[in-house]
Design a binder for this molecule. Structure first.
Ligand SMILES: Nc1nc2c(ncn2[C@@H]2O[C@H](COP(=O)(O)OP(=O)(O)OP(=O)(O)O)[C@@H](O)[C@H]2O)c(=O)[nH]1
Ligand SMILES: [Mg+2]
Length: 444
């Protein structure tokens, strides 16, 4: 990657839209403005100001009415001259502008190259770049709400833990080398110092595990007797005819999965075969599969036909599930007037939509019980596994120190140190680009 080149990239998302923005960074930005913007010289004399004017092609023909901004180096995102072309959101205009820029010797940026340059110019720190990566990777409202602070927390916590390990090791190593010179009370202090640190890592791990769950999402099984309306509810939730629905019991045979964002949580709903006692081989397989999936789901919606009521066979399947987290749902509310069900039964109609939004709220509030209020971290996979490893190394170190195996526990702490260092290690600028910036989009 030549960092001397002038580069361009689209900051907005491709496709028809109100506006699309192309950003140029580098020495040739001024040339681009002079050639392609009719008020180029005024713009260059007034950095950071928004100018309305005409976009020109290379022959000087007006092709669009645009807004342009010039940021003079070093007071720009990358530290180089930058110009932003805010055009109308047409593919044709973007193509004309891109090919004009390329004819002027400006090349298309690589993913994250603008931010990488900002980093090289000292405009953003490595920590800010990692934070940026988190902000852009966050998919749901919940993730975005903690992405910003997560980077600060993980760096602060792991930094603190690292410092403490180094301190502990310096005392421990002395004890290992000169055992006779270290009084017994030092050993106890050593153990005592491990406990609060172990607790701190455990807390960090819990917060991280909740975040991992939110990233991976929750599984909600739609379970119940044949013909109870499972596939209909699945379709209603998705807002499209994804599953086949017929009046014949035994329509669904296999598992269907679709993920929805419900109040900021990714939830995968599973439609499955209806459960009943049957000797037919194919149906039996479907029932076994449904039971297996429902048992491992985070939540089960246990559907039954509200008109027919809760049956003995429903009770038997409920017992088989051994699932703690179950919501009983009476369907086909449109087919009956008033019925008394046991407490906690949700009545819905897939036909009229009755009770659906209430059910969704209930589902999300049940799942949110597993998430401490905003008390979770949005982490990359490697970050999570580092915390997991450090935590288990600490547990091991505590056990070995309790057994008096000093050298072994010191080794375990050294390994924890190594894991933390590896996470933040920088080998070269290429490795920084690969591990952080290459996942960014082109215009970033
Ligand atoms: N009136 C009414 N009919 C419904 C409702 N929900 C489902 N049905 C009907 O009930 C029948 C069975 O619906 P499905 O959604 O296929 O039921 P299922 O539980 O997926 O059935 P299997 O796949 O066989 O286990 C269809 O004829 C649906 O139109 C509802 O809320 N009201
Ligand atoms: Mg079905």
């Amino acid at each position: 990657m030549d960092i001397k080149d002038t580069i361009y990239g689209e900051m907005t998302f491709p496709g028809r839209s109100a506006l699309r923005t192309i950003r140029v960074s580098g020495e040739l930005s001024q040339k681009a403005v002079t050639r392609l913007f009719d008020r180029g010289s005024a713009l260059l004399k007034n950095p950071n100001r928004v100018f309305n004017g005409k976009l020109l092609d290379l022959r000087g023909k007006v092709v669009d009415d645009i807004v342009c901004i010039f940021f003079q180096k070093p007071k720009s995102y990358t530290g180089e001259d930058i110009v932003e072309f805010h055009c109308h959101g047409s593919e044709g205009i973007i193509r004309i502008l891109s090919s004009s820029l390329e004819s002027l010797g400006i090349r298309k940026a690589k993913n994250g190259e603008f931010s990488f340059r900002a980093f090289l110019e000292g405009k953003i720190s490595l920590k800010e770049a990692r934070r940026l990566k988190k902000i852009m990777e966050a998919q749901t409202e919940l993730e975005s709400s903690v992405a910003f602070e997560s980077q600060d927390i993980i760096e602060r916590e792991l930094g603190f833990i690292k410092e403490k390990i180094i301190k502990l090791l310096s005392i421990w190593e002395a004890r290992i080398d000169f055992p006779e010179e270290v009084p017994q009370k030092e050993t106890n202090r050593w153990k005592d110092e491990l406990i609060p640190l172990q607790k701190r890592i455990k807390k960090l791990l819990e917060k991280s595990a909740s975040g991992k769950k939110i990233r991976e999402g929750f599984k909600v099984a739609i379970f119940g007797a044949p013909n109870s309306g499972k596939s209909s509810l699945f379709n209603t939730l998705l807002g499209r005819e994804r599953a086949i629905v017929t009046p014949h019991p035994g329509t669904t045979r296999d598992i269907l999965e679709e993920t929805l964002d419900v109040e900021g949580i990714p939830i995968t709903f599973l439609d499955m075969a209806g459960v009943r006692n049957t000797s037919r081989k194919i149906e039996k397989k479907g029932v076994e599969k449904a039971l297996k999936e429902a048992k491992i789901a985070d939540l089960v919606l246990f559907l039954f036909d509200g008109k027919k009521g809760w049956k003995k066979s429903d009770e038997e399947f409920l017992a088989l599930l051994s699932q703690k987290n179950v919501i009983k749902v009476a369907t086909k509310k449109d087919l009956y007037k008033k019925k008394v069900f046991s407490e906690g039964v949700f009545e819905i109609s897939n036909l009229s939509g009755f009770g659906i939004s209430r059910l969704l709220r209930k589902i999300s509030s049940e799942l949110k019980k597993n998430i401490p209020d905003n008390n979770f971290l949005f982490l990359q996979k490697e970050e999570y596994s580092t915390i997991e490893k450090v935590s288990s190394l600490f547990n091991e170190a505590y056990l070995t120190i309790s057994k008096g195996e000093d050298a072994l526990s010191a080794d375990l702490l050294k390994r924890a140190l190594f894991e933390i260092d590896r996470l933040f290690k920088i080998d070269s600028f290429e490795s920084i680009y690969d591990s952080i910036f290459s996942d960014f989009c082109i215009g970033k």
